[in-house]
Design a binder for this molecule. Structure first.
Ligand SMILES: *Cc1c(COP(=O)(O)O)cnc(C)c1O
Length: 443
């Protein structure tokens, strides 16, 4: 375990990180970017220690993955035990208990008490692809409806579902077909005002699906209950529930992509629960296994069991080490009541961000739930003109001061807060003070 205190002993990145970065440019494709090129040596809780001995405060969690912290003791114990027994059989060749147990946990924890089944994969994108396969197979329909600002992954099909061109899609056409895009109920930027957003966005959604796609041709609607990479956009209250009900009425599979929002992040096990939405299919990934690669699709038994045997799978999907890690991570989430912790620390975070918004004009919007919150930076509050330059400057200042942070958003002007759910309150506070200093320097 790394001591839970922040400290800088060199500039960030330091000489050892810079030496590794030089090596990297000769070995690693430039196409794989890195937000902050410090090379990590050890990490736990809310701290990343780099190869120069700097201890950075982690407000990124490896993009919402290490919710239970890096190398959580229960994850380490279970993976260690598993790695000594066996490392791989391929679940499609010969089975093992861990896979079944993870599916049981997913069936129990995801919204709704109907009969469910799950299948395991390696990444969020792969889970989304499989959810679409299942929906198409079960309905005999082809069209899939996705939203503005959506992010669902980088594979061919999920890239087509993703909204933003740069950096996710530019140059990578042709995209998978039968994908249709509709407006998201984005309260801050809804043309007639946030108060009209849910109703008008829902009317537009229904009308566009009806006129441009056809309900009877639509296999699935896929939605992030809080949009992630697209800008931590919380759909206007009521919108998600209306879309889900309308899908049910029209025989369309409603897929909640909870890859980023799932596993306690928003103060609930899954963000859909906030409005009592029960999706037909839920995709999970990221935080599910404390940092090991694992993802899942969970949903109504009749959908999940519709596909012919052998129709879904993959060599590594539900790898035994990843399953052991997931069982450890879920155990920690339960034992440490991380939903309650995310909600409580989320309140602290919200109070602090609201105070900052009172003080700094550059903050146009504060939004999110639990420990998935963000501020949207604008150069003018009246016009809401996005300010990606200020966002980049604040980020650079945070990094220099030893706080690892991330941005997001279609316009590159959203500064997001994604600390591990186990971060100490003192570190959360200290990180927010670094953020405030950075903001003051730019404002
Ligand atoms: C990250 C993410 C994905 C893709 O997951 P990968 O594991 O990177 O393939 C899909 N959907 C959402 C909502 C995500 O945030």
């Amino acid at each position: 375990m790394v001591a839970q205190n922040a400290q800088l002993v060199t500039p960030v990145p330091g000489p050892s990180s810079q030496a590794l970065q030089a090596r990297r440019t000769q070995a690693v494709s430039k196409a794989v970017g890195t937000v902050l090129p410090v090379y990590v040596d050890e990490a736990s809780g809310g701290i990343l220690r780099d190869v120069d001995g700097n201890q950075l405060i982690d407000f990124a969690s490896g993009i919402a993955v290490t919710s239970v912290g890096n190398s959580d003791p229960r994850v380490v114990a279970r993976v260690t035990e598993q790695v000594q027994r066996f490392t791989h059989t391929c679940f499609m060749v010969s089975a093992y208990e861990g896979y079944v147990e993870v599916c049981e946990q997913l069936n129990e924890l995801t919204p709704g008490d109907h009969e469910k089944r799950s299948a395991l994969f390696n990444s969020g994108a792969e889970a989304v692809e499989n959810a679409v396969k299942i929906a198409r197979y079960a309905t005999g329909r082809q069209a899939v409806v996705a939203f503005d600002h959506a992010y669902h992954g980088r594979t061919n099909l999920t890239m087509a579902l993703t909204a933003k061109s740069m950096p996710y899609k530019a140059g990578f056409a042709p995209f998978a077909g039968e994908i249709y895009r509709v407006p998201m109920a984005y309260p801050y930027r809804w043309p007639t005002g946030a108060e009209n957003c849910a109703d008008e966005a829902f009317e537009t959604f229904v009308s566009q699906v009806h006129t441009q796609v056809g309900e009877e041709r639509t296999a699935a609607v896929i939605l992030e209950p809080i949009q992630g990479e697209g800008g931590f956009i919380v759909p206007a209250p009521g919108f998600v529930a209306k879309v889900a009900h309308w899908c049910r009425d029209n025989g369309i599979v409603f897929i909640a992509d909870e890859v980023q929002t799932g596993f306690c992040r928003t103060g609930d096990w899954f963000a859909s629960e906030h409005e009592q939405v029960v999706p037909d299919l839920v995709t999970t990934g990221k935080a599910i296994a404390g940092g090991l690669p694992l993802a899942g699709v969970t949903g109504r038994a009749e959908l999940m069991d519709a596909v012919h045997a052998g129709g879904l799978g993959g060599t590594y999907g539900g790898n035994p080490l990843a399953c052991a890690a997931a069982l450890g991570a879920i155990e920690t989430m339960r034992a440490d009541d991380l939903t309650a912790r995310a909600a409580r620390l989320g309140e602290t975070l919200r109070n602090r961000l609201t105070q900052l918004a009172d003080k700094y004009e550059v903050i146009g919007d504060v939004r999110g739930r639990g420990l998935m919150q963000a501020v949207e930076l604008v150069s003018d509050r009246a016009t809401k003109t996005p300010d990606p330059a200020a966002t980049a400057a604040v980020t650079a200042a945070c990094h220099k001061a030893g706080l690892l942070t991330l941005t997001c958003g279609t316009f590159g002007n959203v500064f997001r807060f994604l600390p591990p759910l186990v971060i100490g309150e003192d570190l959360l506070d200290e990180g927010l003070s670094i953020f405030e200093n950075a903001l003051a320097g730019v404002a």
